[in-house]
Design a protein around this ligand. Structure first.
Ligand code: GDP
Ligand code: MN
Length: 389
């Protein structure tokens, strides 16, 4: 799960990670009031959406008075922000964060993530803050330093100092960085984060350190033990299809192709996506209906796929191990009848009660295309989608 910058910064503050003062606003008048409350010469008005690159997309504006802050907020609120990280249709901005402006001397980069191969935490730092780290990694990899932290030992102060020196921090800045990183690392562990990224971490002209931006990701599987974090969820930032799937306990990931997929088992679902791509098509979703799926869930899953306007053809690929193929067939038929099915559906059933399942499909009177092998199913569904375009 992701959270907004203002939420990340509130958590930073709780852990002693220094951030500029700021206030949330949902109207231009609130933004003006926030600027007045902050009382600094310059404030920064920042769009709150779950995507980076807001600055370049026009979602971050400097303002030199409450009136300017009001104007900046009126331009940003309600805008559809397009950045390299937003979905193709962009993101509607519903709130802005108004923050005290900082006199920036240097922009640095700092992140904590999990290095699965090393089985350690990786702290990544760079002198090239404000740039995308991927670009720095590609063009000037020597400007990125990584320190691995053993989970049994935790972050050692010498490691934090080593990073500080690598970032060319001097004097009191070194101690400030150690405190900053210690707080950040504690937050990362306490709240079961999967990633924290600060870009930029700034050094002000007065030598102070501030997180000017903040991205926090949390491990969904650990959210049950952090109700405070779970409460920060913003449904507006989630894919509507994925949200609906979650409500019926299906594992669903929205993709941008035009072939809807209903498969049971994550491995088979991945193989199905590969087969569709191999045949020259493009899947609209990943959907693992699970091993013990019920007829009701099949119906709900089918509805979900059909609600996606991108979908031009559907592939049902079921291996009946725990689940019975006849039950799947009943769910498909029930959903298709209820929803006035108007896209071609290729069905491949194998395993327990496959013949019974096929019989149900044949007798339903619906225009379903049976397939024997996965390759055959892939070829047929890609052809059907191409024809429907
Ligand atoms: P992002 O574009 O979504 O990553 O948003 P950021 O929060 O990183 O802001 C983008 C850029 O705006 C930063 O890299 C800074 O250069 C600039 N910026 C943000 N806050 C301030 C500020 O307080 N003062 C100044 N001068 N620039 C700022
Ligand atoms: Mn940033």
């Amino acid at each position: 799960m992701n959270v907004h910058e203002y939420q990340a910064k509130a958590l930073f503050r709780d852990y002693g990670v220094s951030v500029p003062e700021g206030e949330l606003a949902t109207t231009p008048a609130e933004a003006a009031q926030a600027a007045r409350n902050l009382g600094t010469e310059v404030v920064v008005v920042k769009a709150q959406v779950h995507a980076g690159g807001r600055g370049k997309g026009g979602g971050v504006k400097l303002a030199k008075s409450p009136a300017e802050a009001e104007k900046a907020a009126s331009e940003i609120l309600g805008m559809t922000l397009h950045t390299p990280q937003t979905p193709p249709e962009g993101k509607l901005v519903r709130r802005v964060y108004v923050e005290a402006g900082s006199a920036i001397a240097r922009e640095l980069y700092l992140a904590i993530l999990l290095d699965r191969a090393a089985e350690k935490f990786a702290i990544v730092a760079s002198t090239e803050g404000g740039m995308e780290i991927e670009v720095v990694a590609a063009e000037t990899p020597e400007k990125i330093q990584t320190v691995l932290v053993d989970p049994n030992l935790g972050l050692q102060d010498y490691q934090a100092r080593q990073l500080a020196f690598g970032l060319s921090l001097e004097g009191e800045q070194v101690g400030r960085f150690v405190t900053f990183l210690r707080g950040l690392f504690e937050l990362y562990l306490d709240k079961d984060c999967t990633q924290v990224e600060i870009n930029p971490l700034v050094v002000t002209e007065g030598g102070e350190l501030f997180a000017l931006d903040g991205k926090l990701n949390f491990d969904d599987n650990a959210l049950y033990r952090h109700p405070d974090i779970a409460a920060l969820r913003d449904p507006d930032e989630e894919d509507a299809r994925e949200r609906a799937a979650k409500e019926i306990d299906l594992s669903y990931v929205g993709l941008d192709g035009n072939i809807g997929c209903m498969v049971n088992g994550a491995g088979l679902a991945m193989a199905t996506l590969d087969m569709i791509s191999h045949c020259g098509g493009s899947p609209a979703n990943f959907l693992d209906a699970g091993g013990g799926v019920s007829e009701e869930q099949v119906k709900a899953a089918f509805k979900l796929i059909l609600q996606d306007e991108q979908v031009k053809a559907i592939l049902v690929n079921i291996f009946g191990g725990i689940v019975r193929c006849d039950l799947i067939a009943q769910g498909v038929v029930a959903a298709a009848k209820e929803l006035d099915l108007d896209v071609p559906v290729v069905v491949r059933l194998q395993g327990t009660n496959a013949p019974e399942g096929l019989k149900i499909l044949e007798e339903s009177g619906l225009d379903l295309i049976p397939a024997e092998t996965l390759a055959e199913a892939g070829t047929q569904v890609v052809a059907a989608a191409a024809q429907a375009q």
